[in-house]
Design a protein around this ligand. Structure first.
Ligand code: RP5
Length: 160
């Protein structure tokens, strides 16, 4: 199976980003987590993105806050699908990062999840890999069944 790269702009993003890793682990998806910044380590970030396909990655998840260029920089340096996680913080507490992540110029897309949406980033990465992986698709189906069952339990509790 292809690996997922989980990239964050700073170690301060890790408390949120780690839930993406937990979710990938629950699906049995191999991943690597790295701290790389579009601003503080631009050469290393570009190098990682340029070599990601040949290094066995299938999807790139990039989490950044404030002037959140990380996902865009990765998307500009790779044709692998890039999922952006805008992070809270900054003068607009995440809205700034959301706009910086989602408002990509035509031709270079970033699939942007909610502010702090690390779990959804991992689920979307799994869905992308599952296009050509029936076993992984079955795990995603099972996850949906489990989610519905949990709601059913809560509903039953509410009505009791
Ligand atoms: C971004 O700036 C990081 O992704 C982080 O969300 C934000 C703040 O970084 P630190 O100043 O905490 O390192 O590059």
């Amino acid at each position: 199976m292809k690996k997922v790269a989980v990239i964050m702009g700073s170690d301060s993003d890790w408390p949120v980003v780690k839930s993406a890793c937990t979710q990938l682990e629950s699906f049995g998806i191999p991943y690597e987590a790295h701290i790389l910044s579009a601003h503080r380590t631009p050469a290393a970030a570009a190098d990682f993105a340029k070599n990601a396909r040949k290094n066995g990655f299938g999807v790139l998840i990039c989490a950044a806050g404030m002037a959140a260029h990380l996902a865009g920089a990765f998307a500009g340096n790779s044709t692998l699908p890039v999922i952006g996680i805008p992070m809270k913080g900054g003068v607009m507490d995440g809205l700034d990062a959301l706009l910086a992540t989602v408002q990509m110029p035509s031709g270079i897309p970033v699939a942007t999840v909610a502010v702090g949406g690390a779990k959804n980033a991992a689920v979307l990465a799994a869905q992308i890999l599952a296009v050509s992986d029936d076993a992984l698709a079955a795990k995603l189906d099972a996850d949906r069944v489990d989610m519905a069952a949990q709601i059913a339990v809560k509903e039953a509790k509410l009505q009791s």
